[in-house]
Design a protein. Sequence first.
Length: 240
Amino acid sequence: MQKILIAAIAMMISVATFGQKEIVWFDVGLKAQYGFTGLFNSAIADSPTWDYAISNGYSFGGKVGINFGYNGLSIDVMSSSAKQEFEFVEDMDVRPTIDWKALDVYLLYRNAKNLGYFEIGPKISFISAVEGSNAGSEPLDIKENFNSNAISGVIGFGANVIGTEGAFSGILGLRFEYGFTDMVNEVGQEMAAPIGDPAIYAEDYSSSIPIFAGVVFELNWGVGAFAVAQCGGRPKFIMF
């Protein structure tokens, strides 16, 4: 996954370098996404006494697109809310739940052609709050057990469902995210976060990484195009 992201960043630089004499166009948009969220920990997944429960989350925000023909760079800024619920096999009344909120910043290479798109790139999450609860108990602030940011890799694809490429469009797609960094910090490791059971780390410590898989919908408006004449004429900005 990391090699794919490095290749994607190299593609961004290549597109920016060779597109300077072509038309550069800009778009802005509103975005929302919803799907399955998680805090994957291999030690918990392999444990005979703990199970994962299906959990979900959502995000909303906006984007700015800088495009060179069919290729471009999409900068998304989204406010997210996610959670992961666990189940204790021997007592179903024990259900630790971790809820976290973050400001997510995406830097994505995007190829959009034939009313469809493919995107890939990194995401950094600035985690603002983490709460823990158990089977409906009052949530407790456990932010001190978690890092303030997390880095993930993102892959997505989709198609226009409203309008066409240009001034306005509505786009529906799928997005998959997999974390590269441990959300739990050194304090949390001593507390056996995220579920507080030291037995799961009897053999070796395992990182807890955020994941997401779901649908994303965006409404895009074309702002305008900046044309740089190859013959040496003056550049012009044309509003859509």
